[in-house]
Design a binder for this molecule. Structure first.
Ligand SMILES: Cc1ncc(COP(=O)(O)O)c(C=O)c1O
Length: 380
């Protein structure tokens, strides 16, 4: 059993997550990285590579390409020829390139909110405008309102940006929901950018992640799928990601906007990604069990408190908590004052909510939950 319970000091490592509250007694539960070591086989591969001592520019390793192609086939029944893959140093790079590759300046990009905040910034970076449509809360689940999307769409909307599993709500959309969304995009001739970076982090037994591009060849041809090993294997500081672009013309446009701007992937990042996709172990299964336990502990804590609500997290290690009933003018600051560093919902265009990253040892979470409860009671 991997030691997910082990608390490891990160304050001296310039970790973004921990440096934000340097010198203050605030435990960080914000940015999406976990306080666990990368799996032993990833660490071993990195040690071997470091031992070599020469860290020059790298080609994409054939072993990595083979491992990704095999993984897509076994995990999602998706047969992906290697030439569909475009390698990137990060998924956020892919979000921004997609906005520039599709349509022309002045076009608009449609998306649901709340959403991971780089989605919100990407259209403007590419001279496009943003059309945002709220997700709807339906029986405790965040769902996509296709009528609202249809009504909001403009004459120059060319792209729908999609996040699945969804950050910050933790939804893992069902095949039926994806089929309806895909039909909507086809009907309105929208291309799809599908960020599936959290695809290996499905917490609910019996639920499976379905890449939207696997629904049909027609949908695949209008989709850019973005994936990376860095969330599941907790290597976000070793940026390595890829786009899957089945349509050759779309792929060429994407590669054209990438040209000269995007740095190549570092050799250590390639090493970590290769080891992750060749995962010989049940490390990920153990991680998912551990995260589900953390989610349940957080859910139980929230359920026992007045004025706060949390929807069930199906995937990711992020919980989206409604604190509007506490009537706080500045929710994030209130929780910081009680020693808890959460993400402000307003950043995701979900004001009145807080995002809680529960990817940490149980002891850290337990301290966080005590502080959370104290902060809620102090607000009431
Ligand atoms: C939905 C989503 N996409 C992308 C990223 C970041 O990807 P990258 O570090 O590869 O740019 C995150 C990180 O939290 C995320 O949650």
């Amino acid at each position: 059993m991997f030691e997910f319970d082990k608390v490891i000091e990160r304050r001296a490592t310039d970790s973004s997550k921990w440096a934000k509250y340097r010198g203050r007694d605030i435990l960080p539960f914000w940015v999406a990285d976990m306080d666990f070591q990368a799996p032993p086989f990833v660490q071993a591969a990195l040690r071997d590579r470091i031992e070599h001592g020469i860290f020059g520019y790298s080609e994409t390793p054939n072993e990595l390409i083979d491992a990704v192609v095999d993984w897509l086939a076994s995990e999602f029944d998706w047969v992906v020829p290697a030439e569909w893959l475009v390698w990137l140093p990060g998924v956020v790079t892919g979000l921004n390139l997609t906005c520039r590759a599709i349509g022309t300046p002045g076009d608009s990009v449609l998306m649901n909110v709340p959403v991971y905040y780089p989605f919100l910034a990407a259209p403007e970076h590419g001279g496009r405008s943003l059309i945002e449509v709220p997700l709807q809360l339906d029986g405790g689940r965040w769902i996509i309102d296709l009528d609202a999307l249809a009504a909001a769409r403009g004459p120059r909307t060319r792209l729908f940006m999609f996040c699945n599993p969804q950050n910050p709500t933790g939804r893992v959309y069902t095949r039926d929901e994806l089929v309806d969304l895909a039909k909507f995009c086809a009907r309105h001739d929208l291309l799809i950018c599908s960020d599936e970076i959290h695809c290996s982090l499905v917490l609910d037994q019996g639920r499976r992640h379905v890449p939207i591009a696997t629904l049909s060849d027609e949908i695949a041809a209008r989709t850019i799928t973005l994936m990376a090993p860095t969330k599941a294997y907790n290597t976000p500081g070793l940026g390595c990601a890829f786009a899957i672009i089945p349509d050759a013309a779309l792929r060429k446009r994407f590669m054209d906007v990438r040209a000269g701007l995007v740095p190549s992937i570092g050799c250590l990042a390639y090493t970590a990604a290769t080891a992750a996709y060749q995962d010989p172990s049940n490390w990920l299964t153990q991680l998912l069990t551990y995260l589900a336990g953390n989610r349940d502990a957080l859910q139980a804590c929230v359920r026992g408190l007045p004025g706060v609500r949390m929807t069930h997290v199906e995937g990711t290690y992020l919980a989206w908590i409604d604190v509007r009933a506490l009537g706080l003018a500045q929710p994030m600051q209130h929780f910081e004052a009680h020693g808890l560093g959460l993400s402000d919902g307003a950043q995701f265009h979900g004001p009145g909510y807080l995002r809680f990253n529960f990817g940490c040892p149980r002891a850290t979470l337990d301290t966080g939950l005590e502080r959370f409860a104290r902060a809620v009671r102090a607000a009431g």
